[in-house]
Design a protein around this ligand. Structure first.
Ligand code: ATP
Ligand code: MG
Length: 417
């Protein structure tokens, strides 16, 4: 077969430090001359050896011929589009080798992005992008060896624990505690942690963590007929505080799709939770307050349910109701733990009063620090990553330490299907 006329090699070039990085080969597959120019210039500057192909077919052939360390793949191209080219590159791979592929997508359309990930891409970036962002993604992918959750991560044994955070009343601090506990478990205990925003209608982790609406979510995960750990990981968002997020749908309508899917096929949700258990030490689920089929399934699959409460009368009434409901549904009492948030806020009801009203112990307490909690929320940076040493940070750290101690002593559990 003729060598593609559009293919050419550029480099090696020394980077700004004068160190040759010729060994790292990047294959750019894009038919747009301007994009080619920008990418070649930027990559050259960083010291990469750059190869260029102007259509998907040429990209597949060149990937086979040169064995690149990373591929940047456009989507819409003549002869063979980026999805098909990615699939062909993957199909030709042998010996466990897997070249990292970043799709260069035209729109922040989740469907298009998922299609690319399904075809075998490892990451994507929406055009137009800032060269610095592209470089950061290239480096992150190369550092991970190409695949986010590959066979290595999946094979590593995890604690595989699933815990649900359920607010006895709106606004008691469930999301705040779930997010910051997740970060504390990752940072203080070096655990692999996933956080699942299962508040299908009004999940607000995107707000808490300053994430855009176009990130993929659980609606993409339940819609995948062949969801495996690899694809699920790609549908999750990595937060710089060291945790991976499975986000709630971006709007209530899409939340309904997940609820419907759960009704018609509860196995789809069980599969997601099972895959999370297999890949993470801890999966923390932030549920909605409505006890519907979806929430019940999550309760059922959880090792522990943390009921978040505050010490006021209406919340105590709700906790009592929630405990009675869980009793009647047959959940073991030991599976449910009470977490009193804002424990030192003045409400006229102290811990002893609350315990005697409920007839059971409060298992954990988190202190009240309105300013710290709200300024973290407004800045989109959780206090556990920005200011872990504040009294509120220390209080949640203590809770996370207790959680880790109770689970870690029990060791790893086999992932459920
Ligand atoms: N320990 C705390 N001390 C002071 N303020 C807190 C504390 N925990 C949470 N808050 C504040 O309480 C408010 C509600 O918190 P959050 O959204 O986490 O609650 P929620 O139970 O998840 O609410 P929703 O029912 O809307 O999901 C936020 O303004 C948050 O900053
Ligand atoms: Mg919440």
């Amino acid at each position: 077969m003729d060598a593609p006329v559009c293919a050419r090699i550029i480099g090696p070039f020394p980077n700004q430090l004068g160190v040759s990085m010729a060994a790292i080969k990047v294959l750019v597959v894009d038919d747009d001359l301007n994009i080619q120019r920008v990418l070649v210039f930027t990559l050259k500057q960083e010291g990469y050896e750059v190869h260029v192909a102007s259509d998907g077919q040429a990209g597949v052939e060149m990937a086979a011929a040169i064995g690149p360390d990373l591929v940047l793949m456009d989507v819409t191209m003549p002869v063979l589009d980026g999805y098909a080219a990615t699939q062909q590159i993957r199909a030709a791979e042998t010996d466990g080798r897997r070249v990292p592929i970043i799709m260069l997508t035209a729109e922040a359309d989740v469907e298009q992005r998922v299609k690319g990930l399904r075809a075998g891409a490892d990451d994507d970036i929406v055009k137009p992008f800032h060269p610095l962002e592209l470089m950061a993604r290239i480096k992150a992918l190369l550092a991970r060896g190409g695949t986010a959750v590959g066979p290595v991560a999946a094979a590593r044994s995890t604690l595989g624990r699933l815990m649900t955070f359920y607010g006895a009343k709106g606004g008691v601090g469930t999301t705040t505690i779930a997010i910051n506990t997740a970060i504390a478990l990752a940072k203080r205990h070096q655990r692999r942690v996933a956080l699942f925003d299962a508040n299908l209608q009004f999940g607000d982790m995107r707000v808490f963590l300053d994430l855009s609406l176009d990130s993929s979510s659980v609606v993409n995960a339940v819609s995948e007929p062949d969801l495996d750990g690899d694809l699920l990981r790609k549908l999750m968002v990595t937060h710089h505080a060291g945790i991976d997020l499975l986000l709630a749908p971006p709007n209530p309508e899409q939340g309904d799709i997940v609820a419907e899917r759960q009704k018609s096929d509860p196995g789809s949700v069980a599969n997601i939770l099972g895959l999370l258990r297999a890949a993470y030490d801890y999966t923390l689920v932030d549920t909605s307050r409505t006890i519907d089929d979806f929430t019940l399934q999550v309760f059922d699959e959880s090792d522990v349910i943390f009921v978040i409460m505050t010490a006021d009368l209406s919340c105590l009434k709700n906790v009592r109701l929630a405990l009675e409901t869980m009793d009647s549904l047959g959940f073991e009492r030991t599976k449910v733990r009470l977490v009193l948030n804002r424990s030192n806020a003045y409400t006229g009801i102290n811990v002893d009063n609350a315990e005697s009203a409920l007839g059971r112990r409060i298992d954990h307490q988190v202190i009240n620090e309105y300013r710290g909690a709200i300024s973290a929320l407004n800045s989109g940076e959780p206090f556990m990553s920005a200011r872990p040493d504040t009294p509120l940070g220390q209080s949640v750290s203590k809770f996370a330490d207790a959680v880790d101690a109770s689970f870690a002593s029990a060791g790893a559990v086999p992932a459920r299907g």
